[in-house]
Design a protein around this ligand. Structure first.
Ligand code: PLP
Length: 407
């Protein structure tokens, strides 16, 4: 059992008031708040260890390098990767997917080849492929969803052809909360001899992820969505695949030697880390992962599930509620609309009551088109949220409903 009241003390921002109301932060899918230990780690690094890494003989540079490489090992253990060489530091999920889209397309795809994505992808797992499609003449095949917001596995199977080179799917939908049957989807790709990239941005903060057990070739996530700093994320890749792919960007760190006649590239993981990496961000991310591990990802999942269930039951009591995404397996995200109330109106009025939710298309416009709507209100929960906060949220939604619909 998590001690939520004591956990909340680790997050100073939760003590804030907004328009004289206590902050209720339900925008955790967009980004999570940071525990004191993560922010203190950043301060400690800058005040005591800061020096550029990998190239200095001096003490500080070596200490900073050790901290950065130790952080890589923390991520490796967190994901249960085979080796630290399989962990690439990126700016986030978006950059990780762009890296694979660019390098994989260069190395492994030609005109007419196909990538399978799904209709529930975040733009960051659609647009990088469209950019490659425009450059290289590849095309996208799209897995549809059913009325509960689950991927239709039979339709997914039908999309494979002799031209399929890669599958790129989200583990958990940021809009619907659907937890995809990712192991099954990976197995199906492998049965067709096709590698697969998983967008884990909304999975890693909420459910246990073991990349060896999953067996996907690539897996991406963002630090800021798992209580870490902004600007740092992870691309996990199986070593044999990362070895096969060309560098994504050129610059310092990623080379073995440079001359105008011939440049050779560094070994993994440095081949994919051009320029000065965010070595402060990496150590702060490691601190966040240690924090999450101390609480226990299974305990987090169970508690967040209880919040989801309670909020769903309560929201359904409100007249005119439509919930988008009712998958059997769901993470702690609720997208909804109330009657004809516009999502922006609901979001703005909730904000006036101190409640932070997200409104709009949530960077998933194709999904909105598929559902025939413009946007939703999205409440997304983290382990520091409480049943009392959900009660206040439900009362606020009901108040807004009455105001607009006058009944
Ligand atoms: N994928 C999913 C499912 C997301 O929810 C997000 C962010 O909301 C991203 C990718 C992009 O993450 P980032 O902006 O941290 O790169």
């Amino acid at each position: 059992m998590l001690d939520i009241q004591s956990i909340r003390k680790d997050f100073p921002i939760l003590q804030r008031t907004i328009y004289d109301h206590p902050l209720i932060y339900f925008d955790n899918s967009a980004t999570t708040q940071k525990p004191r230990c993560v922010v203190e780690k950043i301060e400690e690094e800058y005040y005591n260890v800061n020096a550029n890494i990998h190239r200095g003989v001096h003490f500080l540079s070596q200490q900073a390098t050790e901290a950065h490489e130790e952080a890589r090992k923390t991520v490796q253990r967190f994901l249960n990767a085979r080796s630290p060489s399989e962990i690439i530091f990126t700016r986030g999920t978006t950059e990780a997917i762009n890296l694979v889209a660019s390098s994989f397309t260069d190395a492994c795809m030609s005109v007419g080849d196909e990538v399978i994505v799904s209709v529930m992808e975040h733009h960051s797992n659609i647009v990088p492929w469209q950019i490659q499609a425009a450059k290289k003449g590849i095309s996208l095949k799209v897995v549809p969803i059913n009325e509960r917001g689950e991927l239709i596995v039979e339709e997914y199977e039908k999309l494979f052809s002799e031209k399929t080179r890669l599958v790129s799917l989200t583990h958990v939908s940021n809009v619907l909360g659907t937890v995809n049957p990712i192991r099954q989807l990976i197995d199906i790709a492998h049965n067709h001899g096709v590698p697969i990239l998983i967008d884990g941005a909304q999975a890693v903060p909420h459910i246990p992820v073991d990349v060896q057990a999953l067996d996907a070739e690539f897996y991406a996530f963002s630090g800021h969505k798992i209580y870490g700093p902004t600007g740092i994320g992870i691309l996990y890749g199986k070593e044999e695949w990362l070895d096969r792919l060309p560098p994504y960007q050129g610059g310092g760190e990623m080379i073995a030697s440079v001359s105008f006649e011939k440049t050779t590239f560094n070994e993994l993981p440095f081949k994919f880390e051009a320029g000065t990496p965010d070595y402060i961000g990496s150590t702060a991310l490691a601190e966040a992962l240690r924090y999450v591990s101390r609480l226990g990802i299974n305990e987090i999942a169970a508690y967040e599930h209880s919040l989801l269930q309670y909020a769903t039951e309560q929201l359904k009591q409100i007249e005119g509620t439509r919930i988008f995404g009712e998958a059997a397996e769901k993470s702690s995200v609720i997208s909804f609309l109330i009657g004809s109330i516009h999502h922006y109106d609901m979001g703005m009025l909730l904000d006036r009551l101190g409640i932070a939710v997200r409104t709009g298309h949530h960077c998933a416009e194709p999904l909105m088109h598929a559902m025939g709507i413009e946007g939703t209100v999205r409440a997304s929960f983290a382990f520091y949220n409480t049943i009392e906060e959900i009660d206040s949220f439900i009362a606020a939604v009901e108040r807004v409903r009455k105001m607009f619909l006058n009944k």
